[in-house]
Design a protein around this ligand. Structure first.
Ligand SMILES: [Zn+2]
Length: 306
């Protein structure tokens, strides 16, 4: 009922203000730096985060507001080469995949974009948007914004920490940070370093909702180390995370895959764990983010089945 009232009173379905909130957040976090807003997994993930808090029992559909916002006058769609006419005549584009095929990116009015790059003005616009179109959800959205800020701060703290010596010791600071902030911040830091790619097989799959096949794995489990230092982390796909946690694979001090012989496996050769033996893993761009030798040694000693 709340949602209907929003629709009727203002003639704007929640899709559109929620998409604008997502765009504002991406600008705030530097994920959108110029006035070109593609329909990216980042945008879709952020939109979905707001959607699931505000809209109940309706499937999220980012294609709808991304296309229809153009009727508001400040949101402009830029076609991919060869699709200019399609965009001119389309009264609607139903699917995300079709929209991505036709539209290269959206842009805002230049003045509006400039305003959104100024923290104070951005906050004023955000509050106006919430007050006007989502008044019933003000508190929920503010809680979400606060949580997002805490996750970002935890992530920034983890990235800062690599300037200091790695320690395998328990650190109270990590444990004191509450869930789900801690896990989300650690995940964001690791995914940023490895770009959502599995360090073992280099698989990268990211859905349009920002869901990834890769997970942020702890080398020494958090339950034992209490340590979210990014050097105690690595990005692994679900299969290789599973194998790593069960000691079927581990990594040498020269960052090569060690495969346990204490298992049997069967299947196409290229998919077997044993095919990975002695292969170099994907390492972060900067060596300060490399997995810590102490953590890798601990894993070989305590987890690898040998
Ligand atoms: Zn993998």
């Amino acid at each position: 009922m709340k949602k209907l009232r929003v629709d009727r009173a203002h003639g704007m379905a929640p899709h559109q203000p929620l998409l604008l909130l997502a765009v504002i957040e991406l600008i705030e976090h530097g994920q959108v730096q110029e006035n070109k807003i593609p329909l990216s997994p980042d945008l879709a993930e952020t939109f979905l985060k707001y959607w699931t808090k505000v809209v109940i029992n309706r499937k999220p559909d980012i294609a709808l507001p991304f296309f229809h916002l153009k009727s508001r006058g400040f949101w402009h769609l830029h076609p991919n080469a060869g699709y200019e006419k399609v965009l001119d005549v389309a009264s609607r584009i139903r699917s995300t995949s079709r929209l991505r095929e036709v539209v290269a990116y959206a842009s805002l009015d230049d003045d509006l974009f400039t305003l959104l790059t100024v923290p104070h003005d951005r906050e004023v616009l955000r509050q106006t948007l919430i007050r006007t179109y989502l008044p019933d959800f003000k508190q929920i959205i503010e809680e979400l914004l606060a949580e997002t800020e805490q996750i970002g701060a935890y992530r920034a703290d983890l990235l800062q920490r690599v300037e200091h010596t790695f320690s395998t010791q328990n650190s109270l600071e990590f444990v004191q940070t509450k869930e789900p902030i801690r896990t989300a911040g650690f995940r964001q830091a690791i995914m940023g370093i490895y770009n959502y790619t599995c360090a073992v097989c280099q698989l990268y799959i990211l859905t349009m909702d920002g869901e990834s096949v890769t997970e942020a794995a702890h080398i020494i489990p958090f339950s034992i180390s209490g340590n979210d230092d990014v050097r105690n982390g690595i990005s692994l796909c679900q299969l290789h995370h599973w194998a790593f946690d069960r000691g079927l694979i581990s990594f040498s001090n020269t960052y090569k895959v060690i495969v346990s012989e204490l298992m049997s496996e069967r299947g196409p050769t290229e998919w077997l764990l044993s095919a990975l033996s002695n292969k170099s893993i994907l390492l972060p761009e900067q060596d300060k983010h490399y997995p810590a030798q102490d953590a890798l040694a601990w894993h070989r000693e305590n987890v690898l089945r040998q």
